[in-house]
Structure formats: C-alpha cells, structure tokens
Design a binder for this molecule. Structure first.
Ligand code: ADP
Length: 235
C-alpha cells in the first residue's frame, strides 16, 4: 500500500530522515515507534504531503505522491496537535469536516461511543484536552478510508475512551484497513500492533512483529525489549 524509498528530510542542518526505506502492506496495524525526535511525525507528514522531503519517493496505491494532493482524500488522519478554531462548537466542527468530503460520514455512532453528546454545543476552546482528543478521534474515523493515520491518539484519554479507541482500531483492521499509529503506550502496541516500525537515526531500525522483537532482544516485556534495542545502539 505504501512504499517509501530513500526518503531524506532535513530541517536546516538537522537530518531527520536519512535515506529511509519502508514498505507497508495493505491491511493491519502498524505501530510507528522511536525515541522523541526520531522523525515519526515527519515521516507521517511526508506520507500526507504536509512536509516535502528533499529526496526520495513515496508510492501510495501504486502512485508516486510527492507534490500531489488528490490522494489525501483517501486517507483519514488524526494529528498529534489539532489546531481547532477556538470559537467553533464541536458540532460545527464536525459538520464543517463532513462537508469537506463527498462521502457518507458515520459521526453519530462515534459521538455516542465517546459520550460526546453533552459537549456538542460547547466551544472547542473550552474543552478539556481529553475531550478535544475524543472529538479528534471522531473526525479521524467518521469517513470510510483504507488508510488511517493516528499520531499519538491516546494523549489525555481516560481508560474507557482508550478501550473504545482500541476497539475502533481493531474494527478498522478487521474491515481490511491499514492503520499507522504512533504511541507511547506500550500496552496498546502489545495488544493490537501487527508490526512495529522502529525509527532511529533517520532510518527504520527494526521492522517486525511484537513477538519477533521480544525474541530478538530476549525480553518478555515490550518496554524492556525496546529499551534493549536502544541500549544496543547506546541511545
Ligand atoms: P517525533 O515525532 O519522532 O518525536 P518529529 O518528526 O516531530 O519527531 O521531529 C523530528 C525532529 O525534527 C525534531 O528534532 C524536531 O524538532 C525537528 N522538526 C520537526 N519539524 C520541524 C520543522 N518544521 N522545523 C524545524 N525542525 C523540525
């Protein structure tokens, strides 16, 4: 579904992606992991066309996409930090996003899943971080898309909302969709990820399943397996 070839991205003197190669097949949950600043968001933004790399290729569904924009309508994206207009109400935002795509949206069941009904008329600027995050999840899941990209979707979520999010991700996978997710919650990765894509020094340092990573590092717990992976690199 996604082929990334020799991707280079620098910000001034800082090299963030250094000839990164990555192949993501269609269907399944891919956890994009790596230390802070390792380029996870930059990689995601390159795939979304929000950051333009200096070199490399990104092929999505057989089409080279760098410099194009139409393909983005086929991707659902939840950013790490959503800059909501503070004066808009929750329902106004949902309606506005609904009108951006000529697709059927299924916002009602998602609003109910996250208990957002009492918040619909509130201004976005007055919401708690967790409630904003729930609104963000509704926006990311309300359209039917084959690729769903979630950048730190768990931030600020209460345990019940976290379970609902997990179920949504798993349901999407069962429908044959591809989900790319960055998260610091290792229990989430352990529970749902089919593959881990671990970024380090601007490249993919490890790609494989959770059991493979545990076996390779000789660690039974995912946190320890990742710490072990990093220790080998003296990170
Ligand atoms: P991660 O998501 O893994 O934490 P990011 O992709 O957000 O990492 O950032 C990687 C590095 O690139 C960081 O050092 C960050 O400060 C830098 N960076 C990201 N975006 C920009 C930008 N627009 N301008 C300058 N530096 C940036």
């Amino acid at each position: 579904m996604i082929e990334v070839k020799q991707l280079h991205k620098t910000f001034g003197k800082l090299t963030v992606l250094d000839g990164l190669d990555l192949s993501i097949k269609s269907g399944g949950i891919f956890a994009v992991l790596g230390p802070n600043g390792s380029g996870k968001t930059t990689l995601i933004k390159c795939i979304l066309g929000m950051v333009i790399p200096q070199k490399g290729e990104i092929i999505y569904d057989g089409e080279e996409i760098i410099g194009k924009s139409d393909y983005r309508n086929k991707i659902n994206y939840m950013p790490q930090i959503a800059n909501f207009p503070a004066n808009l109400s929750v329902i106004e935002l949902i309606e506005m996003v609904k009108n951006l795509r000529p697709k059927e949206a299924r916002e009602t069941e998602l609003i109910s899943l996250f208990g957002l009904e009492p918040h619909l008329d509130k201004k976005l600027g007055n919401l708690s971080g967790g409630t904003k995050q729930k609104v963000n999840i509704v926006l990311a899941f309300m359209f039917d898309s084959n690729l769903i990209i979630l950048d730190e979707p768990t931030t600020g979520l209460d345990p019940i909302a976290l379970i609902s999010l997990k179920e949504l991700i798993q349901k999407a996978k069962n429908e044959g969709k591809t989900i790319l997710v960055t998260t610091h919650i290792m229990s989430l990765v352990d529970d749902i990820a089919d593959e881990i894509v671990f970024l380090l020094d601007g490249k993919i340092y490890f790609k494989g399943s959770v059991p493979q990573l545990k076996e390779q590092t000789g660690e039974a717990q995912l946190e320890h397996a990742i710490a072990n992976l990093l220790r080998k690199q003296n990170v």
